[in-house]
Ligand binder design. Structure first.
Ligand SMILES: [Zn+2]
Length: 224
């Protein structure tokens, strides 16, 4: 009699525990979903965890969004220093909580978020530039007035002065280089992007370094 009573108690307790577990799990899922839904997609200054480094200037955030570092351009796959730039970014950010500051334009045409990453208040882009693992990437002259961009240019100049990374690689020299007015790409004279230019619509540089020092970015087609 006592035995069957104990069995019944055990059975009831077991069933209750199972039910409690199910109810608790469902509750957790609901709370999680509600929290997910009430959160805006990504908040300014959120501390986000970087779960994957895709290349030297692109990461994946927890939650799935890709983020492209704004205003810098690291070597493409197959180019010198691509692997080094990727490894450098991995070392700096992978698995770490990062503060993200978004660029004025929040997403690019590929749907990637655009912004700047800070880990322990260190500017990741500045570190990349200082190590010569990216070129500064600008689109308009007014960007040079921004304190952040001034710091980026200073970091790049340090890499140039120290001849590190991209600035240690020799380039086939040209007798001059071309930048179209209002643009930030530096071209070799033979590049199709600068064919048939009107007089007065471009500027000439004697060396690539002079132009890059001012913030111009080497064209990806003619690769000066
Ligand atoms: Zn070009």
């Amino acid at each position: 009699m006592a035995q069957s009573y104990n069995r019944a108690v055990r059975w009831t307790r077991g069933r209750f525990a199972r039910w409690a577990a199910v109810v608790f799990s469902v509750g957790l899922i609901i709370v999680f979903r509600v929290a997910q839904n009430t959160q805006p997609e990504v908040k300014e200054d959120d501390r986000l965890t970087i779960v994957e480094v895709i290349d030297g200037d692109t990461v994946r955030l927890r939650g799935g969004d890709k983020l492209r570092l704004a205003n810098i351009d690291t070597p493409e796959k197959g180019s010198p220093l691509h692997d080094e730039a990727t490894a450098f970014l991995e070392k700096m950010v992978l698995g770490r909580k990062a503060r993200i500051e978004f660029a004025d334009k929040r997403r690019d045409k590929y749907g990637r978020l655009l912004g700047f990453i800070y880990v322990d208040s260190v500017s990741v882009s500045e570190a990349i530039l200082e190590n010569g693992l990216a070129y500064l990437l600008l689109f308009k002259k007014s960007e040079l007035d921004r304190p952040r961009i001034k710091r980026f240019l200073t970091a790049q100049r340090r890499a140039m002065d120290n001849k590190v990374g991209l600035f240690s690689i020799p380039h086939e020299p040209e007798s001059y280089y071309i930048v179209r007015h209002g643009r930030f790409r530096l071209h070799r004279p033979g590049c199709r992007s600068v064919a048939d230019l009107k007089a007065g619509s471009y500027r000439i540089f004697q060396t690539r370094e002079e132009a890059i020092y001012e913030g111009y970015n080497p064209c990806r087609t003619c690769r000066p």
